[in-house]
Design a protein around this ligand. Structure first.
Ligand SMILES: O=P(O)(O)OC[C@H]1O[C@H](OP(=O)(O)OP(=O)(O)O)[C@H](O)[C@@H]1O
Ligand SMILES: NC(=O)CC[C@H](N)C(=O)O
Ligand code: SF4
Ligand SMILES: [Mg+2]
Length: 504
């Protein structure tokens, strides 16, 4: 694996006659969060059976491929409540079809469908405990454990049993859950992963609005929903018939708050790289935070001082698209500081190549980067170039691009990362390369990394600078996890757990 893999994308709808279609569009907007598989489950009353059923359609591939037969939305995925998921695996193999979400099960009281973004940090302990009780497992993912805990709970009613289950989980879990009567949205007490509540005007002459839940607000925009608020860290929100009548157009459904014993630690990497700039997560727009990170980078790692050459201003360029906003912030602040530089586009990105695209066996990493990017010689030739990317993880992207930009005639190539060196693994829902593969561990000091990358200079945003930027854009610097940059883990983790350890 070459890259840190993104998280998963979640979407849920309640009280809309076209729930599955809305979910389909929502999942398109969340495609960047997971590209291994996609799925949608709906809840509908089956006249013949005289009870609720939960049709499901899920498979490996992108949203567009999984739902290529649009008739499914009229014939199969019917009902006025739905949840959907796009997956990047963190626990349980990516190639095991049993791990594709959402999961649908039924027990003594009806159905549960569940979609999860995150990673349970006590998954092994829960699994061992369930094994002791003779539990039969259908998948190798941590997500399934939540369903067993709910099924085995002695509490009364599906919602109470799910609440009981979630109290036993630790680590990262943003969830959308369907029961036969409710849509439940939950976020772990640390709030590692984002989750937001939105609403749509009443559909088809209905009296009450439709309610939507999504990992990022860009999924609300695509269906025309209005952002209402975030699901709070530790909150388990229950959206049901009684609730929609009672809250009117507000968002105060019944719910439970789990105790926040470790404090709140939302994933700062969501701001650095994962989330889309047009989304609002953790109360701030990603675009705004990224710009601030770029501005702060201008202080932590300034534009190089030019003595030689033709006296032209250095060109600053992003590695499109995820660092575009950081590069804008970097240039505006640099010029404000008197370090003259010019923002330009020196790399063209092929948009048909995804975030972590899988190349056929023999191709080299260099080929992969070349398939994704091509330099513009006319812009780069003879110029001092400062490349800004959002992060350097394994360094594959930076190293190949530097070579490419030099071959296109750049006189000097400098590299700036709008986040600190990544040195530690993530146990909260992001799949990282092993510690040994991280460029900052493999090569050590910044000078040594610079030499390996083949750059004239290399600079990173500091951990302090990153948190300053977050604080400036938002109210607090204390409510964030930065373990992969700092090694400070907010929630204890089970070490030695391997992603495929439960695969057969
Ligand atoms: O140091 P590395 O191991 O190469 O990883 C870092 C790169 O990976 C990400 O881009 P990616 O190509 O995954 O996605 P993007 O197109 O959304 O930027 C990130 O934006 C960096 O460019
Ligand atoms: N990236 C994620 O959020 C993954 C969710 C879950 N742990 C899985 O592997 O399916
Ligand atoms: S370790 Fe890094 S990627 Fe993982 S939750 Fe913390 S900040 Fe996010
Ligand atoms: Mg990138």
């Amino acid at each position: 694996m070459d890259k840190p893999r993104d998280h998963c994308g979640l979407f849920g709808v309640y009280n809309h006659p076209d729930a599955a279609r809305l979910t389909y569009f929502g999942l398109h907007a969340l495609q960047h969060r997971g590209q291994e598989s996609a799925g949608i489950v709906t809840s509908v009353y089956d006249e013949a059976k005289g009870r609720k059923v939960m049709p499901v359609l899920k498979d490996f591939g992108l949203v567009l491929d999984v739902f290529d037969n649009k008739d499914e939305f009229d014939d199969t995925l019917v009902g006025d409540a739905a949840i959907g998921h796009t997956r990047y695996s963190t626990s349980g193999s990516a190639t095991n079809p049993a791990n594709i979400q959402p999961f649908v099960v039924h027990d003594r009281e009806g159905h549960f469908a569940l979609a999860h973004n995150g990673n349970l940090s006590n998954a092994r302990a829960i699994r061992d405990q369930l094994v002791e009780k003779g539990t039969l497992f259908n998948s190798s993912s941590d997500t399934e454990l939540i369903l067993h805990l709910a099924a085995q709970s002695r509490e009364a009613g599906p919602v109470a049993r799910m609440v009981d289950a979630l109290h036993q989980c630790q680590g990262a879990f943003s969830l959308v859950i369907l029961t036969d009567d409710a849509l439940i949205a939950a976020r772990d007490p640390n709030g590692f992963r984002p989750l937001a509540l939105g609403k749509l005007p009443p559909a088809d002459g209905r009296e009450h609005p439709a309610w939507v839940v999504a990992s990022e607000t860009c999924a609300f925009d695509i269906v025309g929903a209005e952002y209402v608020r975030d699901i709070e860290p530790g909150e388990i929100l229950v959206i049901d018939r009684e609730g929609i009548q009672r809250v009117g157009t507000g968002g105060d459904f019944n719910g439970v708050c789990m105790p926040r014993k470790d404090g709140v630690s939302q994933c700062v990497f969501e701001y650095v790289y994962f989330s889309r700039p047009d989304s609002k997560i953790f109360g701030a727009t990603v675009d705004k935070v990224r710009r601030k990170m770029g501005k702060r980078l201008a202080h932590d790692a300034p534009v190089p001082h030019i003595e030689k050459g033709d006296g032209k201003r250095p060109i600053v360029m992003s590695v499109p698209d995820s660092s575009n906003t950081a590069a804008i912030g970097y240039v505006s602040e640099s010029n404000k500081m008197g370090h003259r530089c010019k923002l330009d586009i020196g790399l063209i990105r092929n948009h048909y190549v995804g975030r972590t695209f899988i190349s056929p066996g023999q191709s080299t990493r260099e080929q992969r980067v070349r398939t994704k990017f091509n330099p513009i010689r006319g812009v780069l030739e003879g110029r001092v170039v400062v490349m800004v990317d959002d992060s350097i993880v394994r360094g594959t992207t930076a190293r190949q691009l530097v070579k490419m930009v030099r071959e296109a005639g750049a006189a000097e190539v400098h590299f700036r990362s709008a986040s600190p060196p990544v040195r530690w693994p993530c146990f909260y829902g992001m799949d990282f390369p092993s510690r040994e593969e991280l460029a900052a561990n493999k090569h050590g000091a910044v000078d040594a990394i610079a030499e390996w990358l083949g750059v004239d200079s290399l600079g990173y945003l500091s951990v302090e600078g990153m948190l300053d930027a977050v604080e400036e854009a938002h109210e607090s610097r204390d409510r964030y996890c930065h373990a992969c940059f700092s090694g400070t883990y907010p929630v204890p983790v089970e070490t030695g757990v391997v992603k495929e350890e439960n695969d057969w």
